[in-house]
Design a protein around this ligand. Structure first.
Ligand SMILES: [Zn+2]
Length: 72
């Protein structure tokens, strides 16, 4: 996985971990920010999965996603 620090570079489809990392860097960015856009997509996808299958995900990561999605 290459860096997700550059707003103009599309990181592609992100995993849950990468999405949390990207969002922690980019949550203050405008909607045009590509990593932020990908992170939102991934988190929406992952969060739905977590909500459906409790215990499937690392609890800390799930908590992080919960906190971040509240910031959006
Ligand atoms: Zn950004």
């Amino acid at each position: 996985m290459t860096g997700v620090d550059d707003c103009r570079v599309d990181p592609g489809v992100l995993t849950g971990d990468d999405a949390v990392r990207a969002m922690s860097v980019h949550y203050g960015c405008p909607p045009q920010c590509l990593p932020r856009c990908r992170a939102e997509d991934a988190m929406t996808r992952e969060f739905v999965k977590v909500a459906r299958i409790p215990g499937e995900w690392d609890a800390d990561l799930a908590e992080k996603v919960r906190q971040i999605t509240e910031l959006l």
